[in-house]
Design a protein around this ligand. Sequence first.
Ligand code: GTP
Ligand code: SPV
Ligand code: MN
Length: 580
Amino acid sequence: MTTSNQALQQWIDEVANMTQPDRIVWCDGSEAEYRSLVGEMLETGDLIELNQETHPNCYLHRSDPHDVARVEHLTFVCTEHAEDAGPNNNWMHPSEAHAQMDSLFDGCMQGRTMYVIPYCMGPIDSPYSRCGVELTDSPYVAINMKLMTRMGQAALERIEREGKFVRGLHSIGDLNPDQRFIMHFPQELQIQSFGSGYGGNALLGKKCHALRIASWQASQEGWLAEHMLLVEVESPQGDKHYLAAAFPSACGKTNLAMLIPPESQDGWKVRTLGDDIAWLHVDDAGQLRAINPESGYFGVVPGTNVQTNRNAFDMIKHDAIFTNVAVNANNEPWWEGKDDDQPVTDWQGRAVNGSGEPAAHPNSRFTVSAQQNPCYSELADDPAGVPISAIIFGGRRRELAPLVYEAKDWNHGVLIGASVASETTAAAAGKVGVTRRDPMAMKPFCGYNFADYWGHWLSFAARADELPKIFHVNWFRQDADGRFLWPGFGENLRVMRWIIDRCENQVEAEDTPIGYLPRPADLDLDGLDLDPDTLKQLLTVDHAAWREEMQTVGEYFTEYEHRVPELLTAEHQKILKTLK
Ligand code: GTP
Ligand code: SPV
Ligand code: MN
């Protein structure tokens, strides 16, 4: 294959000259190609066959033990001026970054194949979609991109029609963590990633393109690229609402997007449009609409079982790639929280020795096509996307943040989003359980200065005629013994129902300084064993603690100096005053 797009062909030639691959393979995105790549990877040991009787077409990939998560400290946004990347990003000047990356890429594909992967983020025929091409020496990346994006011939045709695409260059190098960099050049629509084969570091269509580069493009073009799930909730009467929710990594997006209503919530239906990323545009009628740029899921495996997420549990029984899970005696994938079965081999391929270490890596993942989801919504393929009723922010906070509260208006909602804090998880390298500010769940993913990003969010008040209501949720409150106060998972539908009631102006609410909270009677708790004391804890606003919290938020904003929008500062001051 070649291409009629000269810029693309020229770039490929330049990269091949620099990296010196033995072969160049154009990916057409076909099933046959996927099968043949899998076959080659089984031979090289890149993939291990799992039990094909119980798990047809399921394979295990074991990544390098030092390459198991995103590496935020090695991820850079390279703009001409450091202030444009902002204190929220690591920054390097583009010329320095290019010099450094050129020396790493020099000759790095000798003896390897370079795969050319054209992909489209979003439905092929949607005006909201954007294309890219990833050049990589990793067949693991190629098969994951096939499941995660609309990859191959159709994407290439769109690129040839439009002429515009994001350039992503990736090599696993020798997987040396000291020679690992994930570089973004927003002004050049370019990504260069070296030294990692894992998830968000290597599947460049996902976090690198659809969030970091896209958020920058969106700020120029008047839309939003967000770390959000997209879900349809249908009432027993057949009324449908579309909700978009931003939670940090490993804080419940996939699980909420695939929620199964509990028995007591008879007649309610939930369908998934997306589990990680949403692109939001104001349509011609002045309404906010969203598409999911991805077409597959790269989901957290541990904790998945028939109680927490039966849809996901069933979905990954066939045609799935597992990365860094353990294996049981029957050569089936195994993970912590699966069932009462036992692992025999851990994620590194070692015999399980009862040391107490998890057998599956806490950030082990499944990759599957979204089409396999039992509650998949066909609307995920609708080029027009769906209208959004509510935007929900959330985080993992064992204390302070109530189960749910509602912003008083758009500007207040932007403040709530900008104030999100959450405990760190295994999705990124580093310490787990440390509470940090993670505005809009975008701390690792915003491709430009957060202060400008908050300003961009505020600008939607003037761009749209009708804006969604904004909420904040927290499924992760704990008691003194570390037990979750709220049952979570399917029961989260009860909170979504209150959110929908509020969108439809069906119920009143408690007015508090931090926002509107449910009156206990307005939450449907039918069939739920939750004692009134626990409910009270979940719905209480501790003024003294919140005053401290808002002071911390104020200190955080000062890092962004004069760039913080005045509207946001004013909103913050207003809340601090009411907490006095
Ligand atoms: P990324 O793919 O990293 O962006 O993660 P995510 O936001 O999609 O998180 P996911 O749904 O995969 O959940 C991460 C972890 O949180 C899993 O171990 C889940 O079992 C757990 N979890 C998800 N929802 C809930 C909930 O409502 N309550 C509790 N207690 N845990 C939850
Ligand atoms: C996340 O960390 O938010 C993920 C996994 O969704 S990764 O693709 O590695 O970014
Ligand atoms: Mn994510």
